[in-house]
Design a protein. Structure first.
Lengths: 1040, 481
């Protein structure tokens, strides 16, 4: 995005040119050509679009990807390829024809083929035109170890045998082993995502044993940080985030799944099991809760909750997302082309795609979001140990409370006898109707709507319809008691859709009702605490009870678009409020949940009867009960006694009532614990949905019916029983699957060497690059899937990091540039920039700020103001406030992730936005990254804490202190000339700070952590500036 | 980085240049490059632009939420007599609706209540809501028949900006950054400016992906200037670090990095040294860009009173001109608040007040600086709106649901056939009668104006060559001079 970007450095530009000039790949001319390595990529690029697997696009009936078709006469009568005979091969004639109308690829197709490539095709035909299936679709066979002249194969790690023998053939020397400091820093960053401490470096340097390095590796693989490091990349694959994406992008809670992943890596769950549990853990016999949680993998997709969407359209998108993500993550295949048509390059048909679709099609889900701030079904609860204990304890207490109620019930007749006289007297006082209309002295809209009183005492809103209005109603309240409010809402011709609400569709959402009573004599108003609410009608998901909570984003709605009937709701307090003389009641009706969803026309009434006797329809005190009370106790029938007891129990304070309340409280407490138990969205098999080929991939254009099945290229036999997701998962990790092992080994290679053995690690289909070391990739895949420790993730990584290839120096070896400018043959070790997460983690680690704690809900570190709010007023993820304590300093993978406005400092360092599965990040080098590392508060605060560390732990001399800081940043000791630069800089900064003490004070106050006041601010600031230099060094942001 | 190189290499392989000498010539022909020690130049792909471009830069004035075409640009006077009548089934043809109105029993025709008149030499129709834009009607090429595929905001705006309804593809500006490189040494090639509208309190949100780089290297993503705090993230020195300290810091970083380069020999280190210097230059160039205090009062007056309020559409239009002057390739404004399902007449007045004067001012201002001739201006939203009213209709009030089948967009500036009204919709502004322009066609045409053959600007990802226009898109010659 800025001018001086790196990829066009002169050197790189030259590489590029040389590559183009020399040849398209590293082919040794003396070798016999291989179809897969040398020919298929050329044909795939230039020819397969029209002469490949897609039969709808096929021209002239010719397929060049299959031997039979290429060798038999095409529609023109000529055979494209005559093995051994270039002259009679129509393919060559057409490639070199002078006639623009005959020459292939056709003009205007955008495809070309170079003379060098034509020569290769000719050579291949001359050699007999031997075809091979696409290499990655052929199950790998463990290859023989090649010969190495310089060493006996048995003294080398098998990886090194493959690498060295290739280098020898090319006549390129390999680099020596990296120095020990570089090595421990490299392997620590690679395996745990964090650098070593200076102490760990010293221990390693001191340890002269031949096993020293191996012991470091073993220690790192056992560290819980290993699981975090591994999980980081998996989160990109799994499109994991804390929000639902799309328009609303509200919050969700998938972190229990994320923690499952970390634990699975740390427990070294074998990769086959790791796969099966995430894809189909719910279908395992006697599935454990953890195995069900694992299936959250395929619920991490986005969910659209935009108003007006067609649910089925988005459910289909969700299922397609699962197919694509699964295909990309495990098989390295890009299946998304097949959503609309047969694959143009790979032998995967559209029908195959929808057969895979059918595996993921049976989740009981609607396709849309279920609500804000919550997960969408199906979910599984994941209580912590404490929560599980608390729930059990409350269970016991509930049992005890029930016993007490039984005891008190026996005493009921005495309680009633004692109460009756006083109640009769009170009843005489309280005649009349239940609901008395309020006579407001003032009714106003806080946000500027007009509220007009109509003849029937209702108020009608008109004029402006503000985003979130509050109606305030003030009225006199007669002395006596107050127990509740009645809100009646009416339709009106003037309202949108002639309905009840002011939103364009006629709906409203009442988020809260508040009432307080004041009198001139009271210092503080009496707040009515409403505990019960009932309505004549509530919209699903917008129940009346939601008005009672403190959550502004929910509330009561009435299906205004489809229902236009008068609707009432009552709100009752717990017990009775005593109203003094000259009282005024102020009622506030709030509409904070959704914009412009304000009530259109309403009337308010109040009641003073005991809450339990009050009914929404205003029914009076039951006449039958009055009759009973008028009888003498001895004259009452059993039924009458029972009725009286029921009334007494519900309404009168007594030891029995207290016992009832105690039980209710316990149950409420338990319910709230249960409600606070986190849950996680998981896969579930609901009733079978019929599967169809969707024409052009459109949700409502159904073609042929399909059932779940594997792609025909991998399995020609029809299943003997219906297949389900578990079968799919098992097939993915079946040793006969040609892709899974290679894909995962290639990803690991990419992790440790910066580039995969197949560079296009996102795609191993026929458009992929041919592997730089095909035999090595196959050897690794076989070793991983069928070796001594099948699917053992830690073992295979240990094998890689123990290799001499991994351990060699990353200093450039002169001489290889011309034939291998990209260092694909690994004559020396690669260097590459750390990931966004590792950069921040490293700074926190070096400064001592890092808080290491595994898992848990996501945290909110520093983020510039407005990132969430500048482009959205939707959803609950707005108004970001950073945490104040440990949440600022946790590992970066725990940072809360809103997909439509992801953490900006992460995006600047090439993190994807997690909207879709991403298996590879770009690796750029930009000025905005420089600004981040220089100025972002995390790094500035880390610099100042690293400065404290230098002063506290670095000894007395500036040189020693600078050396310590340098070691925390780079792991190594500085050279004399480096120390000279740092020392001179420190002196300059120090004198500048002394003359500008106000600047020094500001520097040592950046960030939330407290500065160590025992240091002189000028000195501390000068060291902080030096630490800022250290944390920005190329060597620090790079893994060497 | 590596992926980028791979793609550039593939590009050479696929491009019509014969691989080898021609590529070498292209790369070495630019004067001065051969002697450079440190990398500069976020350069164009070899062979790009493919032909002489008409436009050097774009200012895309995106009106998010979808402005109502029949209230602004596409008058249907005959509908006055059909007010409140049901939309005929022969017009609706069973096309899908959003679930916001699909349950409505009736689809009452709601003719606009705003007056239309013809303007300029060309006699272009515009409504009374846009007096300033109407006063320069002859600068515009009006397309009345733009067509999209989505009916909900998120997929539609994503489609308009990336050529796909689903997340993951690069935005137009990213494609241009990748294909054409940067013309400027001190500023991003692709800048995004956003503003909230006054027309509707709950504006449709925007998403990072709308200026994201998708699968292109992330350096091609748009830089969204923020409306508060640092305009460019982390631009300012932290509290207590002044320019003296900062210069010292950068000198030491460079000195130490150079020492390390001598040991390691990785050219990436030199790139990093250059990027730190560029960062330092940006700390001057961006504030200088944003400082409008030296703009004459007459210019400020032209953009209207809002221009003084940072983050307003007017302020962003002025900033767009300043970015254009500095040869920033692609400036994208997003103005929110056009989603008028109900209470449209009041809300659209607010939106037009926000945007009409500043839009016209921007075009006039560019013209008086002789920049309009090589700047392409685009004005429009993600879809149109329905002729029928969502919810009830009164003499003065109505609302409109989403309508993807035909809507109006405006072009102006470089290479555009000004004073033309292109395409025709039916009597209900519901279907296209003549000259449809699909979003892919529009994007192909935009690329064409920048000298790019849209089928040639491709990127190899997942084994496939992707492009902005997918496998579609035709340059619409009728829009071009």
């Amino acid at each position: 995005m800025f001018s001086p970007y790196s990829e066009s450095s002169m050197t790189r530009r030259l590489f590029l040119v040389l590559l183009a000039l020399l040849s398209d790949r590293l082919v040794n001319a003396a070798d016999r050509l291989s179809f897969n390595r040398d020919i298929r990529p050329i044909l795939s690029d230039a020819c397969f679009q029209c002469h490949g697997p897609d039969d709808k696009q096929r021209k002239a009936g010719l397929r060049l990807d299959e031997k039979e078709s290429a060798l038999k006469p095409a529609e023109s009568g000529a055979a494209a390829i005559s093995p051994g005979n270039v002259e009679t091969s129509e393919l060559i004639k057409r490639l070199i024809s002078d006639d623009d109308n005959l020459r292939m690829p056709p003009q205007g197709s955008g495809k070309t083929i170079s003379p060098k490539q034509i020569e290769l095709i000719k050579q291949w035909i001359t050699e007999g035109a031997e075809y091979q299936g696409h290499w990655a679709f052929i199950p790998p066979v463990r290859p023989e170890l090649p010969k190495v002249a310089s060493a006996k194969p048995e003294t080398l790690n098998p990886i090194d045998v493959f690498i060295r023998s290739r280098l020898e053939r090319e006549g390129i020397a390999h680099a020596p082993e990296a120095d020990k400091t570089t090595l421990i820093r490299r392997v620590s960053l690679d395996l745990t995502g964090l650098p070593p401490t200076p102490g760990e470096v010293d221990d390693f340097l001191k340890d002269r044993s031949p096993y020293a390095y191996e012991q470091v590796v073993d220690r790192l693989l056992k560290s819980p940080r290993y699981g975090e490091r591994m999980a980081q990349q998996w989160l990109d694959f799994a499109r994991y985030a804390d929000s639902n994406g799309f328009q609303v992008d509200s919050s969700r809670y998938q972190w229990p799944w994320r923690d499952w992943v970390i634990n699975a890596f740390n427990d070294n769950l074998p990769f086959d099991q790791f796969t099966i549990e995430q894809l189909a853990g719910d279908l395992l016999p006697n599935a454990t809760r953890a195995q069900i949680v694992a299936t959250g993998f395929n619920r991490n997709h986005r969910l659209n909750g935009e108003g007006g969407i067609i649910a089925e359209e988005w459910r289909v998108e969700t299922v397609i997302d699962r197919v694509e993500t699964t295909g990309m993550t495990w098989l390295g295949l890009t299946l998304n082309c097949c959503r609309c048509h047969d694959h143009k390059y790979d032998p995967i048909t559209q029908r195959d795609f929808y057969q895979l679709f059918a595996f993921f099609n049976n989740v009981p889900e609607s396709g849309t979001l279920q609500g804000e701030s919550k997960n969408t079904d199906p979910v599984v609860a994941v209580p912590s140990d404490e929560q599980a204990l608390l729930i059990a304890k409350l269970d016991r207490e509930i049992k005890m409370a029930e016993t007490r109620i039984a005891d008190e019930t026996k005493k009921l007749p005495e309680y009633i006898a004692a109460w009756e006289p006083s109640f009769k007297a009170k009843l005489a006082d309280n005649r009349g109707t239940v609901w008395s209309p309020l006579q407001p002295t003032e009714v106003k809209s806080e946000a500027g709507a007009t509220l007009t009183k109509l003849a029937d005492g209702t108020y009608l809103a008109s004029g402006e319809n503000p985003a979130h209005d509050t109606y305030t109603i003030v009225a006199r309240l007669p002395a006596g008691s107050f127990t509740g409010l009645l809100l009646e809402c009416f339709p009106d011709e003037s309202l949108p859709n002639k309905s009840l609400g002011r939103y364009p569709n006629g709906n409203f959402v009442l988020s809260r009702v508040e009432a307080d009573v004041t009198t001139p004599g009271l210092a503080e108003s009496l707040k009515a605490k409403f505990v019960k609410a009932e309505a004549t009608y509530s919209q699903k998901g917008w129940e009346i009870g939601l008005v009672l909570d403190d959550v502004p984003s929910n509330g009561w709605a009435v299906d205004g678009p489809s229902r236009r009937e008068a609707t009432s709701a009552m709100f009752l307090i717990d017990g009775t409020m005593t109203v003094p003389e000259n009282a005024t009641i102020t009622v506030r009706l709030k509409h904070d949940a959704l914009g412009q969803h304000n009530i259109g026309r309403f009337r308010l009434s109040f009641t003073s009867l005991p809450p339990s006797t009050v009914k929404l329809d205003g029914a009076k005190f039951p006449e039958a009960l009055k009759t009973i009370l008028e009888l003498a106790a001895k004259d009452r029938s059993a039924a009458q006694n029972a009725e009286l007891e029921t009334f007494f129990k519900a309404n009168v304070d007594s030891p029995l009532k207290q016992a009832d309340v105690a039980l209710a409280n316990l149950k409420k407490q338990q319910a709230s614990v249960i409600a606070s138990v986190p849950n996680v969205m998981v896969m579930q098999e609901g009733p079978l949905r019929e599967g169809f080929v969707l024409i052009r991939g459109e949700y409502d254009k159904r073609g042929d019916k399909v059932i779940a099945n594997l792609p025909s290229v991998f399995s020609s036999r029809p299943p003997d029983k219906p297949l389900n997701r578990l079968d799919l998962a098992r097939w993915i990790v079946d040793p006969s699957n040609p892709l899974t092992g290679r894909v995962w080994m290639n990803r690991l290679w990419e992790k440790f060497f910066g580039t995969g053995l197949v560079k296009t690690s996102e795609n191993l289909g026929s458009q992929s690059e041919f592997p730089s070391h095909p035999e090595l990739l196959d050897w690794l895949a076989v070793e991983f899937t069928q070796g001594a420790k099948p699917w053992d993730m830690k073992s295979i990584q240990k094998l890689i990091v123990m290799s001499a290839t991994y351990r060699q120096s990353s200093h450039r070896v002169r001489g290889g540039e011309n034939s291998d400018p990209e260092n694909r043959l690994l004559a020396y070790g690669p260097r590459f920039r750390l990931s966004a997460e590792m950069l921040r983690d490293q700074a926190l680690f070096a400064s001592g700020l890092l808080v290491e704690k595994l898992g848990g809900p996501s945290v909110r570190p520093y983020m510039p103001d407005g990132v969430w709010d500048e482009t959205s007023r939707y959803g609950d993820l707005r108004g970001y406030k950073h945490d104040i304590n440990e949440g600022l300093y946790r590992r970066t993978m725990y940072t809360i992730w809103k997909r439509t406005a992801a953490p900006p400092s992460m995006l600047l360092f090439d993190a994807p936005n997690r909207e879709i599965c991403t298996v590879k990040r770009s690796r750029t080098n930009t000025p905005l990254q420089a600004l981040t590392l220089l100025n972002e508060v995390t790094y500035v605060e880390a610099a100042r804490k690293l400065a404290e560390r230098m002063l506290l732990e670095g000894g007395a001399s500036p040189k020693d202190r600078l050396s310590l800081g340098f070691r925390w940043a780079t792991s190594r000791r500085p050279t004399e000339s480096e120390l000279a630069v740092l020392t001179e800089g420190l002196n300059q900064d120090f004198s500048h700070m002394k003359t500008h003490p106000e600047l020094a004070k500001q520097i040592v106050s950046n960030g939330e952590s407290k500065a160590n006041l025992s240091f002189d601010a000028d000195e501390l600031a000068a060291y902080a500036l030096t630490a800022n230099v250290l944390l920005n060094l190329d060597e620090v942001v790079t893994r060497e | 980085m590596i992926q980028d190189e791979l793609n550039r290499r593939l590009f050479l392989r696929n491009s019509s240049l014969s691989v080898g000498t021609a590529a070498l010539a292209t790369l070495l022909a630019s004067p001065g490059r051969a002697n450079e020690v440190t990398p500069t130049g976020h350069v164009a792909l070899p062979g790009f632009p493919n032909f002489t471009p008409k436009a050097k830069r774009i200012i895309y004035l995106f009106q998010s939420g979808a402005p109502s075409q029949m209230d602004l640009f596409d008058p249907k006077p005959m509908l006055e007599s059909r007010r409140g009548e049901n939309l005929p089934e022969s017009i609706r043809q069973g096309q899908r609706l959003t679930t916001m109105t699909s349950g409505q029993a009736n689809f009452p025709v709601a003719p606009t209540i705003f007056k239309f008149a013809q303007h300029g030499q060309s006699g272009m129709w515009m409504s009374e809501l846009l007096p300033n834009m109407a006063s320069i009607a002859d600068e515009f090429c009006m397309i009345r028949t733009v067509k999209t595929e989505a009916i909900n905001h998120d997929p539609a705006i994503t489609f308009s900006q990336t050529g796909s309804q689903l997340a993951g593809r690069p935005s137009i500006g990213s494609w241009l950054s990748y294909g054409l490189g940067s013309e400027n040494q001190d500023l991003p090639a692709y800048v995004v400016l956003t503003s909230f509208g006054s027309g509707r309190p709950d504006d449709q949100p925007l998403y990072d992906r709308l200026w994201g780089a998708g699968f292109l290297p992330s350096k091609h993503q748009g830089v969204k200037f923020r409306n508060k705090g640092d305009a460019v993230l982390y631009l300012s020195n932290p509290p207590g670090i002044d320019s003296v300290s900062r210069r010292g810091t950068l000198d030491r970083i460079a000195a130490l990095n150079r020492q390390h380069y001598d040991q390691v020999g990785d050219p990436e280190i030199q790139t990093r040294i250059a990027q730190y210097e560029m960062a330092f230059r940006m700390q001057t160039s961006v504030p200088e860009l944003l400082n409008v205090s030296n703009e004459p009062q007459s210019v400020l007056d032209m953009y209207g009173p809002d221009v003084k309020r940072p983050g307003s559409y007017a302020a962003n239009c002025l900033l767009a001109r300043r970015l254009a002057e500095r040869d920033v390739r692609f400036v994208q404004l997003f103005h929110m608040g056009w989603d008028h399902h109900g209470g449209l007449p009041a809300a659209i007045r607010g939106q037009c007040r926000d945007t009409d004067q500043a839009t016209a001012a921007l075009i006039k201002d560019l013209k008086q600086r002789d920049l309009l001739k090589d700047t392409l201006i685009i004005w429009g939203g993600e879809f149109g709106r329905t002729i029928y009213s969502q919810g009830g209709i009164t003499a003065t009030d109505y609302g409109r649901d989403h309508h993807p089948r035909c809507y109006t967009m405006l072009l102006a500036g470089a290479g555009v056939k000004a004073g033309t009204t292109y395409g025709e919709t039916d009597d209900y502004c519901y279907n296209t009668v003549r000259d449809p322009v699909h979003v892919h066609d529009l994007n192909a045409t935009i690329l064409h104006l920048l000298g790019i053959e849209h089928t040639k600007l491709t990127y190899r990802y997942q084994g496939r060559d992707f492009r902005l226009t997918d496998i579609h898109g035709e340059v619409i010659k009728g829009l071009l001079v």
